[in-house]
Design a protein around this ligand. Sequence first.
Ligand SMILES: Nc1ncnc2c1ncn2[C@@H]1O[C@H](COP(=O)(O)OP(=O)(O)OP(=O)(O)O)[C@@H](O)[C@H]1O
Ligand SMILES: [Mg+2]
Length: 299
Amino acid sequence: MKVIEVKNLKKKFGDKLIVKGLTFDVYEGEIFGFIGRNGAGKSTTVNMLTGISYPSEGNCHILGQENIDLVKKDIGVMPDAANYYYEMTALEHLKFFAGVKKIKPTTIELMNILKAVGLEGNERKKVKAFSFGMKKKLGVAQALIGNPKVLFLDEPTSGLDIQSSLEIQQLILDMAKEKRTIFMTSHNLAEVEKICSRIAIIEDGVINKYGSMEDLQKKYTNEQLVSIELGQIPQNIVEKMTEILSPFVIETHYKEGYLYCRIEDRNLTPKIIFALSKEEIEIFEVKQEKATLEEIFLK
Ligand SMILES: Nc1ncnc2c1ncn2[C@@H]1O[C@H](COP(=O)(O)OP(=O)(O)OP(=O)(O)O)[C@@H](O)[C@H]1O
Ligand SMILES: [Mg+2]
């Protein structure tokens, strides 16, 4: 089921077109990663999807509704720069935002949310006494109020230490398991690669890459790297290796029991294995090294 449907979404500030016609869908239970450089238009897009601002052109439907006000209760938002009320305690802050959403969660429910984001023990501390990371976690907590079906998290882990990032990532994964749909932006490509099921890369207001990690890897890695763990081989064979494999590989490199082959097409892998077997070389493991999201992003 499509939970977020975006068609030709545009945003102008003055006469400057910032978001230049985005079209994509996000499905139920998916963790969708939205990545791009600073100023690419991520937060501007999140703001349109969550009703914080209006599109200049095009549209987005959330849970089938174009009027976001009708589904406000079903969506949770952690904006890029959350507004914090410094004189409020964490608990009061969440109560205030529950009021904005016109819902009335119990204190216990709110305490549980604070616990889930790692703020247990700080419930009655004033926000002005919070560190940057604690405020960030409070932002995630704010998005979780009322147990919404769709979550928009704008850079939920940026600036957090490794331990806290991992906790928030786990929380995001747990939420998706319960069929919640999560749209998140991030600059941490390893994080996106690890937890997101599909990804869109936005560049200068345009989506230039879109799909699952496997789709992107297939599409953007034409050259592939295969690593093969070999048994003991005599020096004369090591020297002959390049010659033996030359019909199939662009380049080979042998180091400490591992043979690395750069090939044009993954269909050549069996041929390499066959050629090595013919020389009676033992093969322990063959691994297709895949492009990382960082490599795809930089392409
Ligand atoms: N209210 C506004 N008025 C004018 N220009 C704006 C406004 N909001 C954003 N912009 C511009 O739109 C562009 C995209 O900004 P946006 O905040 O969407 O980027 P982003 O992808 O979220 O970047 P970051 O990774 O730094 O958070 C930037 O050039 C920014 O200056
Ligand atoms: Mg942003």
